[in-house]
Design a protein around this ligand. Structure first.
Ligand code: CA
Ligand code: ZN
Length: 260
């Protein structure tokens, strides 16, 4: 279900000293050649190596299971642990230590309360063993869209037709950065608790923490497993659904594979 990994990437952050040289080459070709010839080779090589650049390596587009459109009434089903598949998928990265996720509080719909606490609970849902790095949520985010700025951002924005999208970059110095964008054009609510996994009275609204726990699984390095309807990392979300708030058997297996 994932689009090509580099779709839509606009190359933000790819300018460097070389970019200036290229512009000069267009207008003053002879001058650029002269400058290139006179810059000591060791200096040029060091300047390129020290400037880390982002490489967008994955865009996870999380869609509604109802053929891509939210139903007018909640389309979730109750949790069924008897059908946990035990399966998991891995993206190819893992967090190397504790990080801070920066939540843009101004972007959160007014109907959602205790936003920082809700997002902290959603990351903490993955703290299944002592080896799992902690992600601390700070309400100091400022970006209005996914931005390769060497920090993990969480915000409401416009991620196309998805419920939410996680964008992940690997920087040339090894840093993994993931930004999670929830779709501000959709209906959202906060279930009081996970309950039986499905809040039928929610209508065409998504439980924020249900969607957040899935997206944060990607931040930790989990992918969508096949045959996983009741696992948190199942490839689709549903209106009224709450069962993704707590990892299932396969989700736990994946986290142990990553972090022990
Ligand atoms: Ca960012
Ligand atoms: Zn996903």
């Amino acid at each position: 279900m994932d689009p090509p990994a580099r779709r839509g990437y606009d190359g933000v952050g790819h300018t460097s000293g070389g970019g200036v040289g290229m512009r000069r080459l267009n207008r003053f070709g002879w001058a650029a050649v002269f400058l290139a010839a006179t810059i000591p080779l060791s200096f040029a090589a060091r300047a390129v190596a020290e400037e880390p650049r982002p490489d967008l390596i994955r865009v996870d587009v999380f869609r509604d299971g109802g053929k891509g459109k939210p139903a007018g009434v909640a389309n979730c089903v109750n949790d069924d642990p008897a059908q946990y598949s035990g399966l998991y998928g891995l993206t190819g990265w893992a967090l190397s230590g504790a990080v801070t996720a920066h939540l843009n509080l101004a972007s959160v719909p007014p109907a959602l309360s205790d936003a920082t606490g809700a997002m902290q609970r959603s990351f903490d849902a993955w703290f299944l063993s002592a080896g799992v790095p902690r992600v601390a949520v700070a309400g100091d985010g400022t970006v209005a869209k996914a931005t390769a700025n060497r920090q993990d951002d969480v915000l409401f924005g416009r991620p196309g037709g998805s419920i939410a999208t996680t964008y992940t970059w690997r920087w040339t110095d090894g840093l993994i950065e993931s930004d999670v964008v929830f779709n501000k054009g959709l209906g959202w609510f906060q279930a009081a608790a996970e309950g039986d996994g499905c809040e039928e009275t929610a209508g065409a609204r998504y439980d924020w923490e249900n969607i957040a726990v899935h997206e944060f699984g990607h931040v930790y390095g989990l992918d969508h497993p096949s045959d996983s309807r009741f696992e948190t990392m199942h490839a689709y979300g549903y209106t009224g659904e709450t069962l993704k708030r707590s990892p299932a058997t396969g989700d736990g297996n994946g986290m142990r594979a990553l972090y022990g």
